[in-house]
Design a protein around this ligand. Structure first.
Ligand SMILES: Cc1ncc(COP(=O)(O)O)c(C=O)c1O
Length: 378
């Protein structure tokens, strides 16, 4: 007979599992390092997703999620990566035409996704590395053509932090336009207060500054967003906002969720709130500043202009024309860590260093010392 003995000990499973390859610490801008505490929290017995235990778990984390999202609305859990909710937002909220603000790989892709969803979509395109500007959005929305817009708060491919507060202020002038904001890599590195900003959707993913494994997306939606969604006839099922809301009212999700990740989330929320959101933002700013000092000390430049630089990662312009692939190979071989060698068309022309998640002054100092060593060996 095959199958597990009744009381199959988790330890026995780990001991019998193949030995993992060497741990290479990730300083790429997601997925990032996950703590042993989070992994341990995930390794708990399964519960039924329609059980009281699950409802308790869902309800228990709501206040913490609401604190981080800056909202009194419920925060929804989607068993998908962020793209699921990004595509879902388009399907739920775009009736007429969407303005996709494009400034890098993820924001450009959102335009493509809008069109693949069969929507009329137009790009407000800036050169990669440049920010999205509120006045440019305003000009376009003033045409009256659009009933939705998308913005990537922190464009991970270029290291640009867009001026979300100024952009969100436009919502007052254009109340019928759905403001859909991806803060996938910005979330918990800088404040994003959903209610105060008055935006319609704020979404993020688990594998960035929340320092969890990938596979869970989180989002909040405004009352106006639900009203718009209710008018749409082709919302589909898996990412139907109305399904999320009606299930959320019962502290449940529309379909079977990634319960292990939600256990991990509960643990991470405890860690984040014990630190305190303000302290977490300050720590990200400080660690990001340490990386910036390293960049300048070594004669490199920043890809993003001053005033629009991410606090989650640094996108370094390779103005010294170093061999980025070799730098990363040195880091991996000698220091068991990796950074990112540049996204898409920026490969080799830039490299990116993440300071997201649970990093400390000590771990970032050690990373920078490793970078010095790897650079010296080029
Ligand atoms: C800003 C941003 N948006 C969206 C995504 C897509 O996330 P996922 O691949 O987890 O769906 C990413 C991934 O890196 C990202 O950085």
């Amino acid at each position: 007979m095959t199958g597990c003995p009744a009381a199959f000990p988790i330890r026995a499973f780990f001991l019998s599992a193949p030995i993992m390859s060497q741990h290479i610490k990730l300083f790429i801008p997601g997925p990032i390092e996950v703590s042993p505490g989070t992994f341990a929290a995930m390794a708990q017995p399964m519960i039924g997703h329609r059980s009281k235990d699950f409802q308790n778990l869902y309800a228990e984390i709501q206040p913490q999620l609401q604190t981080l999202f800056g909202t009194k609305q419920q925060v929804f859990l989607s068993t998908s990566s962020a793209w699921g909710v990004m595509e879902g937002s388009i399907r739920n909220l775009v009736k007429k035409k969407v303005l996709n603000c494009c400034c890098g790989a993820f924001s450009d892709k959102w335009l493509d996704v809008s069109r693949r969803c069969g929507k009329e979509a137009e790009a407000y395109q800036v050169e990669w590395g440049q920010p999205i500007l509120a006045e440019e959005i305003e000009k376009r929305l003033a045409t009256g053509e659009f009933d939705a817009m998308t913005l990537i708060h922190n464009e991970t491919s270029t290291g640009v932090l867009n001026p979300l507060t100024e952009i969100a202020a436009l919502k007052k002038k254009f109340p019928d336009v759905m403001f859909i904001v991806d803060s996938v890599s910005g979330f918990t590195t800088v404040p994003v207060a959903f209610d105060e900003l008055g935006i319609d959707v704020l979404l993020t993913g688990s594998q960035k500054a929340l320092a969890m494994p990938p596979g869970l997306a989180l989002f909040a939606a405004s009352e106006a967003a639900f009203q718009r969604a209710a008018e749409m006839t082709d919302r589909g099922y898996y990412f139907d906002f109305i399904e999320f809301r009606s299930n959320g009212e019962k502290s449940m999700t529309p379909s079977t969720p990634c319960i292990s990740l939600i256990y991990g989330l509960r643990h991470q929320l405890g860690v984040i709130l014990a630190e305190g959101p303000e302290n977490r933002y300050a720590r990200h700013a400080k660690l990001n500043g340490m990386v910036h000092d390293w960049v300048q000390r070594n004669g490199f430049e920043f890809f993003a202009p001053e005033g629009y630089r991410s606090k989650a990662l640094t996108c370094v312009a390779n103005n010294r024309d170093i061999d980025v692939a070799k730098l990363n190979a040195n880091l991996k071989a000698d220091h068991h860590l990796v950074i990112d060698g540049g996204y898409g068309k920026l490969k080799g022309k830039t490299f990116r260093i993440s300071n997201m998640g649970d990093e400390t002054e000590e771990t970032i100092s050690s990373l920078l010392a490793s970078l010095d060593d790897a650079l010296a060996k080029l």
